[in-house]
Design a protein around this ligand. Structure first.
Ligand code: XMP
Ligand code: MG
Length: 183
């Protein structure tokens, strides 16, 4: 679905799918340049990163493999706590591999900080992070993010893999939900 099909459920569209694809093309060029001649492993964080993984990987010319992790952060309500549980671990041994973590969105960065510490303990040859979206709080996180699609305002957004109560992941654009949807 695209934003026009559910316009009554959105207050605004922040990024259209065309804008997202154009930005991914630019980031893919940087990533290709960086990993030229190397064997790249993309690690997607389920479920949100499914869309960005599918699109970014197809914009890349570098040979690559994909693996997935599912994590859940324990936290009260909508705030993440940084205490993370692995629901699904990698199928791949990443020791000596060039790893790029592919994320949908970074808010406080607490989830990612845990993930990076965990992955670094497995001794990859290199470890970098790509995220499609980043919220303002992420700027005060110690985690260094090499590739960022778009910086967002501090609002809850849905679409392009991001959900509200499990819905809207299949919205091709990214936008903010109308208040009546929450109640
Ligand atoms: P932290 O704060 O640890 O959390 O960086 C990142 C995770 O929080 C979720 N998140 C969102 N999900 N719309 C969403 O659908 C949002 O605006 C949003 N902000 C944070 C998401 O699961 C992300 O991985
Ligand atoms: Mg997520």
């Amino acid at each position: 679905m695209d934003a026009t099909q559910i316009s009554s459920e959105l207050t605004k569209v922040l990024y259209t799918n065309d804008q997202i694809q154009e930005r991914l093309t630019e980031l893919a060029a940087q990533i290709d340049e960086k990993y030229r001649g190397k064997d790249l492993l993309l690690i997607g964080v389920l479920n949100g990163a499914v869309m960005v993984m599918a699109d970014l990987s197809r914009h890349l010319a570098t040979h690559l493999q994909m693996d997935w992790m599912a994590i859940s952060s324990y936290g009260s309500g909508t705030q993440s706590s940084g205490v993370v549980r692995i629901l699904k671990d990698l199928n791949t041994d990443i020791e000596g591999r060039h790893v790029l973590v592919v994320e949908d969105i970074i808010d406080t960065g607490l989830t990612l900080a845990y993930l990076i510490q965990n992955l670094n303990s497995r001794k990859p040859a290199s470890l970098e992070i790509m995220t499609m979206f980043r919220k303002p709080d992420a700027l005060s996180s110690p985690v260094d993010v090499a590739y960022v699609g778009f910086d967002l305002p501090n609002e809850f957004v849905v679409g392009y893999g991001l959900d509200y109560a499990g819905r809207y992941r299949n919205l091709t654009d990214v936008g903010t939900l109308a208040p009546h949807v929450y109640s």
